[in-house]
Design a protein around this ligand. Structure first.
Ligand SMILES: C[S@@+](CC[C@H](N)C(=O)[O-])C[C@H]1O[C@@H](n2cnc3c(N)ncnc32)[C@H](O)[C@@H]1O
Length: 302
């Protein structure tokens, strides 16, 4: 669910899983997904999807956008409920009852509504028959050249043995061997100078700044990239992170490399749409580590 351009799905595929169904409302994301992953993505509002349209499966993954998630909104009428995407995620997990569910979210979910949002999520899924846990991760600790902090909420169905509970991946990199942004982009030609064969190597001309504000800071070439953003240049567009030489913003291709997409993964849509798809994604490498944990559980069963 909420598959976007397919960052998490590609990670799972790389770990050896088969994705049998996917969904997103955004046309460009679906086109990107089809081009790189497969035609099994259904492009429509999740609220319009009947539970019977979704094939039976062992795992459901998805990062539900948490806009609209507040206790006040939770108490609103049925009509408004359609917009609360958490409720859609819950409806589908409850209806399909997969062995595991994995939900990715921004770290803000932990403080949302004074912590009541995460309490409600744990409570809802426990009542729906899952052992639920959550943890916050800095993807730089997992070999991604980016200090992206995200929360993973994972549920293991209650009828599974305790030893079959989903286990979070262990860090693969400590702070002293984090991968720097300049290392990740080494060998990438300047988009303007070279007649480059790289796809999506176009960049925002949004001004370079040096302020202490997300998306407006100088980029330290010796550190991992700050979080690749999906919005926020003040004009309705996406605020691309500054290139490690700080002479321009990173191109869509460079941002995708920082998100650990393969160099030939092609995005579809306007430049703003492509930046958004990249910024929305779960880093492929991190998705793969989640997938490997699921794979180990599958092996235990054999
Ligand atoms: C954070 S992104 C998920 C990115 C994805 N996990 C990845 O790794 O590339 C959330 C996605 O939810 C989608 N979305 C938002 N509202 C939706 C709705 N009502 N129905 C289906 N998808 C929706 C957005 O288009 C967006 O692609």
């Amino acid at each position: 669910m909420f598959s976007g351009a397919g960052g998490l799905d590609l990670g799972l595929i790389n770990a050896g899983h088969e994705i049998i169904w996917a969904n997103d409302i955004d046309k460009d994301s679906c086109e990107t997904y089809k081009l790189n992953i497969g035609n099994h993505i259904v492009c429509k509002d999740i609220s319009d999807i009947d539970i019977n349209e979704i094939p039976d499966c062992e795992v459901i993954v998805g990062g539900f956008p948490c806009q609209g998630f507040s206790m006040a909104n939770m108490l609103r009428t049925a009509d408004d409920e359609r917009n609360i995407l958490y409720k859609q995620f819950y409806r589908i997990i409850k209806g399909k009852k997969p062995k595991y569910f994995i939900a990715e979210n921004v770290k803000g979910i932990l403080s949302l509504d004074n912590g009541n949002a995460i309490k409600k999520i744990i409570n809802d899924f426990s009542n729906a028959g899952y052992r639920v846990k959550y943890q916050s991760f800095n993807t730089a600790d997992y070999g991604v050249p980016q200090t992206r902090v995200r929360v993973i909420i994972a549920g293991s169905r209650i009828d599974l043995k305790e030893e079959m509970n989903f286990r979070f991946p262990q860090p693969t990199h400590s702070k002293k061997n984090w991968i720097s942004i300049s290392n990740a982009l080494s060998g990438i030609p300047e988009p303007d100078n070279v007649k480059t064969l790289l796809k999506n190597h176009i960049y925002s001309k949004y001004k370079i700044t040096s302020r202490n504000f997300t998306g407006h800071r100088k980029t330290d070439p010796n550190k991992p990239s700050p979080t690749i953003l999906a919005r926020g240049n003040g004009g309705g567009g996406v605020c691309a992170i500054q290139h490690p030489k700080n002479h321009r913003r990173m191109s869509v291709r460079e941002s995708a490399l920082i998100q650990t997409f393969p160099i030939d993964y092609e995005f579809v849509g306007s430049m703003g749409s492509m930046y958004r798809q990249v910024g929305n994604a779960v880093p492929v490498k991190f998705g793969q580590l989640i997938g490997q944990e699921l794979k180990e559980l599958e092996m235990t069963l054999l």
